[in-house]
Design a protein around this ligand. Structure first.
Ligand SMILES: Cc1cc2nc3c(=O)[nH]c(=O)nc-3n(C[C@H](O)[C@H](O)[C@H](O)COP(=O)(O)O)c2cc1C
Length: 351
């Protein structure tokens, strides 16, 4: 019988510097010490999205396994898919430490990592060696000192595309100055044309999605949705961390610079997700991300328009029992409301 060491380790992990705790968790996953015995996927959770079969719709969000070191161990936690990255062309260290801050009262995190990455060659090697057993998305970005950011996305797609079940173009990190400007209409049009051309040059053409910020105006949402639909983009990930700060955040870390994630992001990111679902008319799949920490949250994202969902911050607080618990809750909620599948529930909140 496997003994779950997390309840014993949790108090120590919580007082550790967050980045050290994360590094230890990745090491635990690598060695097989951190895992969960319950990998069961209720058949009601199986879903086909982007031409890919997912055993369940819950994925690990970008940032958790940036360098693709532990995809199969991530699946051992119960996830149906993993998003590796953000990967930059050349290795880079990111911003000075400390750069991850806990907001324990609100179960949030503020980070300003700034794309610390082992670089695309290392990630490519890691993924080749690991032979992932479930779908892996690869999230790509630009080096901080790059003079042609779009060229950085292109070269990452060429190098990493062959290992990806889907590609995610991250233009929404708040921690690389100027990156979010790529979300404006003209810049986005040029970006999407060039990254889709790079993807189309690959032998096996994985679906390509763009990951957006939750800090968008109504006009931005309409523009991005319009470009996504007319350009042939395969989907959107909604979204990244927020630079906004909801009223009433507590603790000395609440004023740190960076992107806020976790529970305080749930309402904002779910509202923007619903706006994107309305603006795209459900014609392309959306991956809902932001503040999910229970099956109820996952269900709310699906009903707001997400075909798949992802999480990261809740793992900081809940540990490896989280995903199996969420899967049980989500399966129960779908059945309670008479849905026969995840797909049947997508976007039903707005009807
Ligand atoms: C420590 C940390 C690092 C992250 N790194 C990345 C990243 O490299 N690329 C990216 O697209 N998103 C990154 N994110 C954002 C997450 O992928 C996700 O979009 C966001 O945290 C909202 O989900 P959550 O509330 O479940 O954490 C990071 C988030 C955290 C907390």
């Amino acid at each position: 019988m496997l003994i779950d060491p997390y309840p014993l380790a949790r108090p120590w992990l919580m007082v550790m510097e967050p980045e050290v705790a994360h590094a230890l968790s990745i090491r635990g996953l690598k060695t097989g010490l951190v895992r969960n015995p319950s990998k069961y996927d209720d058949p009601i959770l199986a879903t086909d999205v982007l031409g890919i079969r997912f055993a369940n719709p819950i994925g690990s969000a970008a940032g958790f396994d940036k360098d693709g070191e532990v995809p199969n161990a991530v699946f051992g936690l119960g996830f149906g898919f993993a998003e590796v990255g953000t990967v930059t062309p050349r290795p880079q260290a990111g911003n000075p430490k400390p750069r991850i801050f806990r907001l324990p009262t609100e179960r949030g995190v503020i980070n300003r990592l700034g794309f610390n990455s082992g670089g695309m060659a290392a990630v490519s090697r890691n993924l080749k060696r690991k032979k992932a057993t479930r779908p892996v998305g690869i999230n790509v970005g630009a080096n901080r000192d790059s003079t042609d950011r779009i060229a950085d996305y292109v070269v990452c797609i060429q190098e990493l595309g062959p290992h990806a079940d889907y590609l995610a173009v991250n233009i929404s990190s708040p921690n690389t100055p100027g990156l979010r400007a790529l979300q404006s209409r003209d810049a986005l049009q040029e970006l999407i044309a060039r990254v889709l051309a790079a993807r189309d040059g690959l032998e096996r053409r994985p679906p390509l999605l763009v990951k957006v910020a939750p800090d968008l105006t109504e006009r931005d949402v309409t523009d991005i949705a319009d470009i996504a639909l007319t350009s042939g983009l395969d989907g959107l990930i909604v979204g990244n961390t927020t630079v906004s700060r909801p009223d009433g955040l507590l603790g000395e870390s609440a004023t740190e610079d960076g992107g806020l994630s976790g529970r305080p992001l749930f309402a904002l990111s779910t509202r923007i997700l619903a706006d994107f679902f309305a603006a795209t008319g459900g014609k392309i799949p959306l991956i809902g991300t932001g503040g999910i920490s229970s099956g109820t949250d996952a269900y709310a994202k699906i009903r707001a328009g997400a075909s798949l969902i992802q999480l990261y911050t809740a793992l900081f607080y809940e540990g490896p029992g989280l995903v199996p618990r969420m899967k049980r809750e989500l399966a129960h909620l779908l059945r309670r409301d008479g849905f026969g599948s995840v797909a049947e529930a997508v976007g039903t909140a707005g009807r």
